[in-house]
Design a protein around this ligand. Structure first.
Ligand SMILES: [Zn+2]
Length: 439
């Protein structure tokens, strides 16, 4: 097994915080000197200078940063926001977020920021076991978005990258059949859609050249049922990666042991776990759950401090046979997608995972259809479950799904079964909640 940066990736994890402390203190000084946003925010929180902030062991005393706060500082004079901390002459690239509403957020990078991100992405994608000379076909519409940095990383890893973009399944399948790549990179939803598409046309994806599928862009690649479906449809091994636009691409990357994504940002980004309700720190020990919060350690353009990711994860910290010592995570879901049913948190991805246990009766595609706007929902929550192709389900399937969700997630749903192919497929991120019925 190869490692992109073994001197970093295999170093004892217990030493990481001490190593990061120096970089962190320098980053805090940089913020006071260059970031109008943090000078004001930290001063208002009672930290008038870098000395008062102290070191990494005191980080939990500092306020967290929310995405909305950054957005609120944007105006014509500050198109990026007042957290821009480097002169624009030093910026070599500006990405934007895919932002579902309104104006996009811009994410500028200096040359050294870009170099850091490419390094992180090389560690992360390197973990999946890709080798120099392998051909990799991808369907990321990476152009304007931070995922574009992975393209630099693929080249550095010595991969032969074949970008085909999203939205053209025939072009992708032609590339697979003619160029015989061993690696496919896409979202988990699309990997599944491709397998169904090929199946309907008699194309044997399981017998194709593809042996590794690297998924990213949405949670799901770590859900056992979904992963198993993709792996058997393609006869390939699935590993996943996860990043976050404002902090870095590919911050977490799964190794060939397939037991979660290792933290790949060591020395460049500091990751914390918090209780999303109270904001209290949660130690990153084996089995711990919480929201990831990130701090840049050596960023220049728009460095962030304790940035709330809204990603809920579960940590694995047992030794990994690959030799990487950083903890691993699985994404449980995004806080932004979460519903609250009678005081219980309900993640659509968790529902999909439970429904997936009913394979081969179900296709794995689901849609929640809340009847009220907002996070809080009154039970039962309407849930549409798609059957597998040609499935002859038992009469009580809907009732069994409802009961299993109730047992495992403590939420009451009203399950409607629909034939295969009824729910929409996507070549990017899947939609798990449909708000059109909400009054
Ligand atoms: Zn590993």
């Amino acid at each position: 097994m190869t490692m992109h940066a073994p001197e970093i990736e295999a170093a004892p994890w217990e030493e990481q915080a001490a190593l990061d402390d120096t970089a962190y203190r320098a980053q805090i000084s940089y913020l006071f000197e260059n970031s109008a946003f943090y000078r004001q925010k930290l001063t208002e929180a009672g930290f008038p200078d870098a000395e008062s902030v102290g070191g990494l062991s005191d980080i939990a005393r500092l306020p967290m940063t929310e995405k909305d706060e950054l957005r609120a500082t944007r105006d014509e004079a500050h198109p990026i926001g007042t957290h821009l901390a480097a002169p624009m002459q030093d910026v070599v690239r500006i990405y934007s977020t895919s932002g579902t509403t309104g104006t996009p957020s811009y994410i500028p990078l200096t040359a050294s920021d870009l170099e850091s991100w490419v390094e992180i992405s090389q560690r992360s994608y390197g973990a999946s076991g890709v080798r120099p000379g392998e051909r990799m076909v991808t369907t990321y519409n990476a152009g304007p978005f931070v995922a574009g940095v992975t393209l630099d990383a693929f080249a550095r890893l010595g991969l032969c990258h074949i970008p085909v973009g999203a939205g053209n399944t025939e072009r992708l399948m032609a590339a697979v059949q003619l160029l015989k790549p061993t690696v496919l990179g896409c979202t988990p939803s699309y990997a599944l859609h491709l397998a169904e598409w090929a199946d309907a046309r008699g194309i044997d994806t399981a017998g194709s050249s593809v042996a590794k599928i690297l998924v990213a862009g949405e949670p799901g690649g770590g859900e056992p049922a979904l992963r198993q479906r993709i792996e058997s449809a393609w006869g390939a091994k699935v590993t996943e990666a996860m990043g976050i636009g404002d902090i870095s691409v590919s911050l977490w990357g799964e190794c060939e042991q397939q037991a979660g994504m290792h933290f790949s940002g060591r020395g460049i980004v500091h990751a914390e776990l918090i209780d999303p309700e109270t904001g209290d720190p949660v130690p990153m020990t084996d089995g711990a759950e919480g929201e990831l919060v990130y701090t840049h350690l050596r960023h220049r353009a728009t460095p962030l401090l304790r940035f709330r990711s809204r990603d809920r994860v579960q940590v694995s910290a047992t030794p990994c046979a690959c030799g990487r010592t950083a903890p691993r995570v699985r994404c449980i879901g995004r806080t932004d997608d979460m519903l609250i049913v009678r005081g219980v948190n309900l993640f659509p991805t968790a529902i999909r995972q439970v429904v997936g246990e009913f394979a081969p009766h179900v296709s794995g595609v689901i849609l929640l259809r809340p009847t009220a706007r907002g996070v809080k929902q009154t039970p039962p929550v309407p849930l549409t479950v798609e059957l597998a192709e040609g499935a002859v389900p038992p009469d009580d399937l809907a009732e069994r799904i409802r009961a299993r969700i109730r047992d495992k997630l403590i939420a009451t749903t009203q399950v409607t079964l629909v034939p295969h192919g009824t729910l929409p497929r996507t070549d990017y991120k899947s939609k798990l909640v449909d708000w059109s019925q909400a009054g």
